[in-house]
Write a new protein. Sequence first.
Length: 94
Amino acid sequence: MIFFDKVSKIYSATSQALKDITLKIKPKEFVSLVGPSGSGKTTLFKLIIAEEHPTEGTLRTTAAATRWSKTPPAPQCAAPRLGEHGMEVLRAAG
C-alpha cells in the first residue's frame, strides 16, 4: 500500500512541488498520474521510492505496493484532481 497523509514537498521559499496531498493506493491497484509539466508527478514518484523525503506529512509504503509493471493495462476510470497544479490520479476500473 502507498499512503500519503497531508504530504507537502517544499524545495525553497519559491518552489513548492506538492501541497497537502492525501492519497491511498491499495496493493495491486493500477493508477496513473497525469498533469502538466511542473505539477508534481516526478516529485510524487521520488517520494514513493524514497529518493526524496516529504517536508511535511506522513508517507507509508509496503514492498508489494512499489512493484511497477512496464506494460500496465490502459486505465478506464474517473480522474479526481490532486493538488493545485492540475495533477490527476487515474484509477483502473474493475
